[in-house]
Design a protein around this ligand. Sequence first.
Ligand code: PBG
Ligand code: ZN
Length: 298
Amino acid sequence: MHPDEFVLPIFFDEKLSEVKINDSMPGVRTFPLGGYDGIASGIQSSGVNSVLVFGVPAEKDSQGSGAYAADGVVQKAICGIKENSDILVIADLCLCEYTDHGHCGILDKSGWVKNDETLELYAKTAVSQAAAGADIIAPSGMMDGQISAVRTALDDAGFKEIPIMAYSAKFYSAYYGPFRDVACSAPGHGDRAGYQMPCGNRKEAIREIELDTEEGADIIMVKPAGPYLDIVRDAAEMFDLPLAAYQVSGEYAMIKAAARNGWIDEGRAMMESLLGIKRAGADIIITYFAEEAARKLI
Ligand code: PBG
Ligand code: ZN
């Protein structure tokens, strides 16, 4: 493994005035806006050179309008990081941090997600993130057709060279719990089973990845990583595109929690979990351990 293969997810919260330590994800900090220079150089000192940026807005509404506001939290954070460093910035594109109901798309009267209307908002969000300076756009909402909608919008806005990292095989998973605490994005009613994938279905995962490649994905992703290493391996063998695997918040929190109780050797469990993901065939590993693991490697 090499630190260049790691991507560190980072969070910016518009309401904060100082760095917040998160209980459910020990070691993961949420940053206030500002101080980008120090944040980027701190991360780069570990050897990690890429971040996946998430925003937590001060205000949420039914349309998730903070996600595509020119002066939204994530747009400000992306712009600040790019102006103050040369770190690679990947923008997570979803509405769930920005909607008051916590779903990844906008809803109809009965509370179901409206797929095609949501695509228009993803398109706007992608363009605003690219305009803010994002190097890669990563749609994570799992609406049907999201990759072609985002590709078309980016092309039309003159961002033909901005690649898309597609959350292609994103499973409906219990392992996202700690993230939703940190990003304040738990759905207020129902769940995400309607748009994320059922965990038992291997063939559907391949179909989803295939569709994303046809729609114009430049990088494909499997998420979570650890419980889905068979899918990582299938994807590595079946597709030519660079393959990312996302070791999600729950995978991270379990290792941290066991280590805090003295039940597991944290350093070894961390490296073993990451090496397993690499061995399965991932080219890129998105992990909250990125800095810690990179420091062990250099
Ligand atoms: C937003 C998004 C989620 C994660 C990444 N992007 C949350 C979700 O789908 O509920 C989860 C990441 C993690 O658990 O570390 N759609
Ligand atoms: Zn979402």
